[in-house]
Write a new protein. Structure first.
Length: 372
């Protein structure tokens, strides 16, 4: 809010680019609309067309329901400058004042090289699509095949925002992943995740993305996959393979997925053991914690965790302790001696208290089982 007054003052700057930037920025301060609308209306008389073009877009975000703003936009829509005329029509559409004849103009504006125009057209089309998807989805689907990459990419973003309202074109969007230029795969992946609530189409695309050379795309695939936990077991092989990803963040995400699969992903144990031995500290901690979900533990896993209880890094020791705690829920008598030995050599008081707490819990559990 403090920035609004300086921006309004900047609308009088002798440099038109400063006025243009200020007029554009004011449109995003919706909480200060009462302060900004009159100065922005005055901008419609600016001697630079560039300032007038962005002013109408900002007014659309601030002046919904105001007759004075609507009238000013309708007058701008009659201007001889095509750019101003287009922006005014887009602005009216954002305010909910459009008809079916506006759609071709909005679609053309969506592919504009002028970013404020394209963004505003996207906002208008998103609003219309949420209210009446049947009006915009066919045009957006057609835009996916456009040779204009910007238009196709912006159409994808809108379809993603529409989520289930655009599900009729979900199969077509999913097929785009393998056909588009590699630099446009990320928008396709993101749109599919937003549109597909079940994962029926998204997960097969996700699996393809896990093999992409771009680590950012692989990361997006792993993050998106977490939405569909109930269906991930069908693709466990691919997620286990992602434990070997070259990027630390991606390995951590893969570990989270494998952990959620539990014993259904027991084939991941060799990779997790490798990460627990050779990974970065964060990866080692995550891998050690993940091993606790596989029950019963193998001798190799037990030996690894016993060694981790003696590690110099306290967080490593705590991760091993947490896995032992999990194992102990099913077989406390097997775990108690291991933790008693660890307690003898532990030097950190905080970790000692944690070991004692786990031991007390397991002993009570063992006694309860014996009473039965």
């Amino acid at each position: 809010m403090r920035a609004v007054a300086p921006l309004i003052e900047a609308l009088k700057d002798p440099e038109w680019k400063v006025r243009e930037s200020s007029a554009e920025a004011l449109g995003y301060f919706t909480n200060a609309s009462k302060q900004s609308i009159r100065p922005l209306l005055d901008c419609l008389q600016d001697d630079r067309i560039e300032v007038r073009r962005v002013a109408v877009l900002s007014l659309s975000r601030l002046g919904k329901g105001l007759a004075s703003v609507e009238e000013a936009l309708r007058q701008a829509n009659e201007d001889s400058d095509q750019g101003l005329k287009t922006n005014a029509l887009v602005a009216l559409a954002i305010m909910g004042k459009s008809d079916d004849k506006s759609l071709p103009v909005l679609m053309k504006a969506l592919g504009s090289e002028n970013e404020p125009t394209a963004l505003s057209a996207g906002l208008a089309l998103t609003n219309i699509g949420r209210e009446s998807p049947e009006k915009v989805v066919p045009s957006l689907a057609e835009a996916l095949n456009s040779k204009e990459e910007l238009l196709a990419r912006n159409a994808l973003k809108i379809l993603g925002r529409m989520k289930g309202n655009a599900k009729q074109v979900l199969p077509e969007v999913a097929q785009k992943y393998g056909k588009v230029d590699p630099k446009n795969r990320l928008p396709v992946l993101q749109a599919v995740f937003e549109m597909d609530a079940s994962g029926e189409y998204a997960l097969p695309v996700c699996v393809k993305a896990l093999e992409d050379p771009d680590p950012a795309i692989r990361k997006e695939a792993l993050v998106g996959a977490l939405r569909y936990r109930a269906r991930l077991v069908s693709f466990k092989k691919q997620f286990i393979e992602s434990l070997k990803d070259s990027e630390e963040e991606n390995r951590l995400l893969a570990i989270a997925i494998v952990k959620g699969l539990g014993n259904k992903a027991i084939d991941a144990i060799p990779s997790l053991i490798a990460l627990a031995n050779e990974g970065t500290p964060r990866v080692r901690i995550s891998a050690l914690s993940c091993l606790g979900v596989f029950s019963p533990p193998s001798g190799e896993v037990i030996r690894l965790l016993e060694a981790a209880l003696k590690d110099r890094d306290e967080k490593i020791r705590m991760a091993a302790l947490n896995s032992f705690r999990t194992f102990g829920q099913k077989d406390p008598t097997a775990i108690i001696p291991i933790l008693e030995e660890a307690l003898k050599v532990e030097q950190e008081q905080r970790t000692k208290r944690s070991i004692v707490a786990v031991l007390d819990s397991l002993k009570k559990q063992g006694q309860g089982a014996g009473d039965k």
